[in-house]
Design a protein around this ligand. Structure first.
Ligand code: GDP
Length: 631
């Protein structure tokens, strides 16, 4: 699923376009949400010719646009820059383009709207102007499509163009760690309580998850989840979600808060970043200037410390520390925008490299050097990178491979585990000490591995619907995990998470149970009747073989028949009676022979012998000459 944001000057036809594409009027969503019982997400979606589903976020209002563009680390996959063909580039067009550029949005289309109002010659002039303006931005060379919502002209071409664009756009539905949901709306829905919406980042969110709302650290729980108006049990990162939260009143949460797991996100009071100023900023930035910082769906006033220069000129770039007027729930790596308060204007942006810095002194080469190192990655990130896409790796080997200093290793590991970039396979819990041979795995590799095992088991169940589960060895070889220890720990963890049910011999999906067809049921019933009719002289091999290996295998695996030798099966009941009688006799100090057993149960020598040999194997009896005694 992709999230697309619309950008462009007011009245250039954004809402009309979204409605023409999706049939959903974004302006009416707020009202619908109040009326409907379902949780509405406040955004529209459509299926493209390829079948891809895209969400279109069209937020009216300029400030809201900026926050929306920012929701998370560039919360959109691609942008639609909407420009009315009759007016061309206007001030907000230019500013939105700056923002897309500062946020590093590389995928986008230009939509020239109101095609019906201009002639071909005019359209070509506007297209040329736009081409020139895009040059030197992240959207350079973006395709332009002219449409008219009034006549419908160009809409099909636009959908095709979106498909073409998204085919080249990587999805962000990758799991990198703990989920974060920058809240862009909070409201109540009658009978449900508090609902928040946003674009989910970094990790999946599931029903029942324990939550905290930052920066205030309030505790809550996921009571309901929706994406696209559909109830789901688990939402994936990269998608628009609505979360019904239990435990908090609506006024406890504000737009800009971040919903995440408790203890994983510490609010920032200062942030360090390399700030880039737009080339047409009205003036240079000076030490201690007041700015407005926008990160995710949040906003805060701040003051700037220029760390390596007296001023930052338009078009320039430099390291800064921003001192926030109130704590914000932001994380390293988040993209941000800064605006000057008056005239209120976007002047720059960048990517946060440290969300919990110390207060820096200016003009210190060692500070700049440390920031430049940090730009390449924190020790925790370097660990997660080193773990990479490979399977589980022992802590001692990972530490070596990452090349991080021994003194940083423990803190880096704690951080990587806390933020979910790495996970440990043993069930010791995140707080427990990690030993040199503790197995660790990068979150992304874990997601892939868990997905592979899930798919392998699903395919197995489909292929062998009567088997209780996939043999462990077979699953192990499919999983690509060579080490038995790693495989066992992976299974234990998956079982702990409730994604598989692992038995001694086989593994299955938790909700799978063998299911017989009508004819199979009839055959099984007939066979079991035959076994029940003569529990101690059960049907001969050719009789049950005629029912098929699948069905007898199923009856044995499910314990309804017991195999004592390749040729002899007993019903569960018959077998139990034989065992009980033999054991009682042995307990009373007696012996058992083939003949006594045969006479007692009026069976044949063949069955009595097979049964007693089976008891020898099970170490219940021991053979001494012609008699069996207690083992
Ligand atoms: P937004 O502020 O960018 O969301 O713009 P709207 O979608 O509200 O459109 C602004 C105005 O332009 C409305 O009066 C629309 O009816 C009109 N409009 C939108 N698209 C077209 C179009 O393709 N042709 C014409 N002639 N008018 C349009």
């Amino acid at each position: 699923m992709y999230v697309i944001g619309t950008a462009g000057h007011v009245d250039h036809g954004k809402s009309t376009l979204v409605e023409a594409l999706t049939g959903i009027n974004p302006d009416r969503l707020a009202e619908e949400q109040r009326r409907e019982m379902t949780i509405d997400l406040g955004f529209a979606w459509l299926a493209l010719p390829s079948g891809k589903i895209v969400s279109i976020v069209d937020v009216p209002g300029h400030e809201r646009f900026i926050k929306n563009m920012l929701a998370g680390a560039g919360g959109i996959d691609a942008a639609l820059l909407v420009i009315a063909a009759d007016e061309g580039i206007m001030p907000q067009t230019a500013e939105h383009l700056h923002i897309l550029d500062l946020l590093g949005v590389e995928h986008g289309l230009v939509v020239l709207t109101k095609r019906d109002l201009v002639d071909d010659e005019w359209l070509e002039l506007v297209a040329e102007e736009v081409r020139e303006r895009l040059a030197g931005t992240t959207l350079k060379g973006a395709r332009q499509v002219a449409v008219s919502a009034r006549t419908g002209a160009g809409l099909d071409e636009l959908k095709q163009a979106l498909d073409g664009l998204l085919a080249k756009t990587p999805t962000r539905t990758v799991e990198r760690g703990v989920p974060r949901l920058p809240v862009d709306r909070v409201f109540t829905v009658g009978g449900f309580g508090t609902v928040v919406t946003g674009t989910l980042l970094d990790g999946p969110l599931a029903l029942g998850d324990e939550l905290s709302v930052e920066p205030d650290g309030l505790r809550a729980r996921v009571r309901g989840l929706q994406t696209h108006g559909q109830k789901v049990e688990r939402a994936l990162p990269g998608t628009r979600v609505a979360v019904n939260i239990s435990g908090l009143p609506v006024d406890a949460i504000r737009r800009g808060d971040v919903v995440t797991f408790p203890g994983t996100l510490q609010p920032a009071e200062m942030v360090d970043l390399k700030l880039r100023l737009v080339a047409d900023a009205p003036r240079a930035l000076e030490q201690n200037d007041a700015l407005d910082l926008f990160v995710g769906a949040a906003e805060a006033g701040c003051h700037v410390t220029l760390l390596s220069s007296d001023e930052l000129a338009p078009g320039g770039e430099g390291w800064v520390q921003l001192r926030l007027e109130r704590p914000l729930a932001v994380a390293r790596g988040d993209r941000c925008i800064v605006r000057i308060p008056s005239p209120s204007l976007t002047i720059g942006g960048g990517r946060i490299v440290d969300a919990h810095p110390r207060r820096h002194r200016r003009f210190r080469p060692e500070v700049i050097k440390a920031l430049e190192t940090l730009e390449r990655g924190t020790p925790a990130e370097l660990l997660a990178q080193a773990a990479g896409e490979d399977g589980p790796i022992e802590w001692s080997r990972l530490r070596e491979r990452s090349g991080i200093a021994a003194t940083d290793a423990q803190a880096a590991l704690d951080e990587a585990l806390r933020t979910g970039q790495l996970r440990r396979l043993d069930l010791a819990g995140d707080g427990a000490t990690v030993a040199a041979d503790t197995l660790l795995i990068a979150q992304s590799a874990w997601t892939r591995l868990a997905g592979l095992i899930d798919a392998t088991l699903a395919a197995f169940h489909k292929r062998s619907p009567l088997r209780a589960g996939m043999p462990r060895e077979e699953l192990k070889s499919k999983s690509g995990l060579r080490s038995p220890r790693a495989f066992n720990e992976v299974l234990q963890l998956l079982e702990h998470e409730g994604t598989v049910a692992a038995g001694e011999q086989s593994v299955r999906l938790p909700d799978f149970a063998p299911k017989l067809t009508g004819t199979q049921r009839a055959t099984v019933d007939r066979l079991l009747r035959d076994f029940a009719a003569a529990p101690f002289s059960p049907p001969a091999r050719q009789e049950w073989e005629a029912a098929g290996a699948d069905l007898t295998g199923y009856l044995i695996e499910s314990g309804q028949l017991v195999r004592v030798s390749p040729d002899v099966l007993f019903s569960h009941e018959g077998y139990t009676k034989l065992v009980e009688w033999t054991q009682r006799r042995l307990d009373e100090g007696g012996e058992v022979t083939v003949a006594t057993l045969r006479d007692q149960f009026a069976t044949s020598r063949k069955y009595a012998l097979a049964f007693l040999e089976h008891l020898d194997e099970r170490k219940i009896t021991r053979r001494v000459g012609d008699v069996r005694v207690k083992y």
